[in-house]
Design a protein around this ligand. Sequence first.
Ligand code: FAD
Ligand code: NAD
Length: 483
Amino acid sequence: MSDNKYDVIVIGSGPGGYVAAIRAAQLGLKTACVEKWANEAGKTVNGGTCLNVGCIPSKALLDSSHRYHDAHDGFEKHGISTGKLKIDVPAMLERKDKVVAQMAGGVSGLFKANKVTSISGKGKLLAGKKVEVTDTKGQATVYEADNVILASGSVPVNIPVAPVDPEDNDIIVDSTGALEFSSVPKTLGIIGAGVIGLELGSVWSRLGSEVVCLEAMDDFLAMMDQQIAKESGKIFKKQGLDVRLSCRVTGTKIKGKKVEVTYVDKEGNEQNQTFDKLIVSVGRRPYTEGLLAQDSGVNMDERGFVFVDENCSTNVPGVWAVGDIVRGPMLAHKASEEGVIVAERIAGQKAMMNYDVIPNVIYTYPEVASVGQTEEQLKSAGEEYKVGTFPFLAVGRAVAADSQDGMVKIISHAKTDRILGCHIVGPSASDLVQQVAIAMEFGSTAEDIGMIVFGHPTFSEAVKEAALAANGHAIHMPNRKRR
Ligand code: FAD
Ligand code: NAD
């Protein structure tokens, strides 16, 4: 095989692409991964959005800000005094950058260990499964592959009423800019109370910002189970997040170092509010600029996603696409799993992915997590179901940890009792929901979970009790409530 010929070329080294490349190489395929992201020194930056400006840096800041907030508001009742607290934002950012460097460096290490060739530059799919890679100097090289995996990810949606200046990214910012504020903004506006708005809003609110989220929808977290969304909304309100629903932003004006936002509120009245910073977090869109040559033959769908079947195969045999550029939730673990499936299919295996059981987590405190169907989805599908809920305030471990806000909700089929969904707001919700995801993959009923011995005292006892509640016999249900 010539130096420029591969079994598999992956374009993009985010969690979709790098995992696909590693798995393909593990399966004995000669694999290369093309990445256009480079640091100031010109060195390739692997890991994509997730590791560099997404999941990992946001979680690093969420962790730092949670510690600060806990020390500020939570320590006293434990009898701990700290003296005057202060936050050193540059030090917090430096720690975040170190975490990112460690994780992104880890991907490069994994590439070496698994013999994945890392190619720097922007990749473009040409006809005939050829990939043209243009480096930072404009030099183009053409490679050939039996299989090409497109994994170019996504970028934030920009709205004309609040344009983010990509060069400046300082006053009106996207999620990347919001990870880099050099000091705590006194006032912070956020357009869009979705995942990013809530996570990054929480970071800066915990450090002292007055945060206002302007959300277009009438319902808070409209895609989530509404009982859990409402419970979460109450908790966030108590924490000081000011979420204003049914708001339509009509304009923004930079005034010196501030930004004035004009919006029409729920009652139809025009409002103005000035903020030190404004985060625009209204969703992300697939990034396919320059990815496909005109004659590549790959079809896109009407929303700009690369069109794929249930196994991530595009309409061109041997060309696959995974992650944020294809349909489905824009989540790192979904991207990675698709990467594995595709690599295994290329190697001749019959791997498949279950899109019905993909956990989804908002890493606020407490976390909000879900898997499977919501009550609203089941209702509109005309499914018969039962619901069991259990509050953390009746869980010993949660009370001991002063984390009793929230609940677990388990939905099972009315007749078969098979678990259809689980929705949680509460401590360690991200890990608890995974327990139910495992159960769902094994086709468990709520009764099955109810019969499992759970350690005591653990947060996960709320999962067992919610499962028992679905069949009407939770043991520790306060007020003899059965739902
Ligand atoms: P990406 O991670 O976007 O990677 C695509 C890569 O392809 C990039 O490195 C890009 O430079 C490269 N590329 C693009 N075009 C080309 C080309 N033509 N040639 C070469 N290289 C190219 N998800 C979670 O599951 N959990 C979280 O907690 C979470 N937190 C997030 C927080 C924030 C602030 C953001 C913005 C996102 C978060 N996400 C989270 C979403 C997650 O980051 C994405 O779903 C995930 O990164 C998608 O992976 P991907 O591989 O499809 O694409
Ligand atoms: P999102 O879809 O979660 O939320 C966007 C919000 O903005 C929605 O509530 C929407 O109704 C609202 N909106 C849209 N247009 C608006 C407008 N003009 N004015 C006011 N509100 C408007 O998107 P996001 O928060 O930008 O995050 C993007 C994606 O990144 C997510 O969908 C998710 O897939 C991924 N992500 C995941 C995590 C995680 O898993 N913890 C964290 C961050 C991001």
